[in-house]
Design a binder for this molecule. Structure first.
Ligand code: HPA
Length: 278
């Protein structure tokens, strides 16, 4: 397995996508576990199974279909990734960034990241939506940064700034949209762990202590690569399970998918509202 993705791989993957689409997508959306059904609302869809794209990291998780859907939503040209790939599946952290590089090569400037996550904040309930105001880069702190390796200068600088990864204007737009729809949105800090094991009670107590509100296994590597390439990012975590105040996390993947199904309509209304206002 190659550790670092190259420009040649990014270009081969981008060419394969470009050859099949006739529109210029402006906004990309990545759908998290259990949220894939949202992709069915895309109008005039061109569907590309990601296994047909060279160098694309292949997703193997139930609930993750692995396809790109390109078309329109709320009058906007979108590219939706249904079925992201996670680090725990065995790809290098650099490879997890390849889909983002393809989006950047296609000229997409705005990225909406969604995920399923466990709620650490005691005010959160299963079924809540949380706007990500910042992330704790725990994997990168431990050396697993998707930008490690030769810098791809045509995308961004060697030492990119990571303040305001999640665009304050997009957060405000999402808050206004949520308010207009009568949706109560939480706001907080997200952390990505490698998974695939869920957290121990000690893990959860530690994460709470350092200011984390929601924990999951995605989003952060993608956000770092997106920010490096200058994208405007909105992150929305769906809280699919609540972690007990003592740190006990009894989540199962089935529960994550089931609650994801339940939250999907609210997330869809929020996403549609945000797209309308963009
Ligand atoms: N922990 C980590 N990842 C998750 C969780 C969780 O509790 N729920 C959904 N994804």
């Amino acid at each position: 397995m190659a550790e670092f993705i190259t420009i040649a791989q990014i270009d081969a993957a981008t060419d394969a996508v470009r050859a099949r689409i006739h529109t210029q997508p402006e906004i990309a959306l990545i759908l998290g576990s259990g949220l894939g059904q949202l992709a069915d609302s895309v109008e005039n869809p061109t569907i590309i199974p990601t296994r047909e794209i060279p160098h694309w990291p292949i997703s193997t998780v139930p609930g993750h279909k692995g396809r790109l859907i390109i078309g329109q939503l709320e009058g906007k040209e979108v590219l939706v990734l249904q079925g992201r790939t996670h680090y725990y599946e065995g790809h290098s952290i650099s490879q997890i960034g390849l889909p983002i590089r393809v989006m950047q090569r296609l000229g997409i400037k705005t990225l909406i990241l969604t995920n399923a996550s466990g709620g650490l904040n005691d005010d959160f309930r299963a079924g809540d939506l949380m706007l990500i105001k910042d992330h704790l880069a725990l994997l990168p702190m431990a050396g697993e940064n998707p930008l490690r390796g030769p810098n791809l200068d045509e995308f961004g600088p060697r030492f990119p700034v990571m303040s305001a990864v999640y665009n304050p204007e997009l957060i405000q737009l999402a808050e206004e949209t949520g308010a207009s729809l009568g949706l109560t949105l939480k706001k907080g800090v997200y952390v990505c762990l490698s998974g695939p094991s869920f957290e121990t009670p000690a893990d959860c107590r530690f994460l709470k202590m350092v200011g984390v509100d929601a924990v999951g296994m995605s989003t952060v590597p993608e956000a770092i690569v997106a920010k490096h390439g200058g994208m405007n990012i909105l992150g929305i975590a769906t809280i699919t399970n609540k972690i007990d105040p003592d740190g006990t996390n009894k989540a199962t993947h089935e529960e994550v998918l089931e609650v994801g199904d339940r939250i999907a309509p609210n997330l869809m209304s929020l996403l549609r509202g945000v797209l309308r206002r963009l």
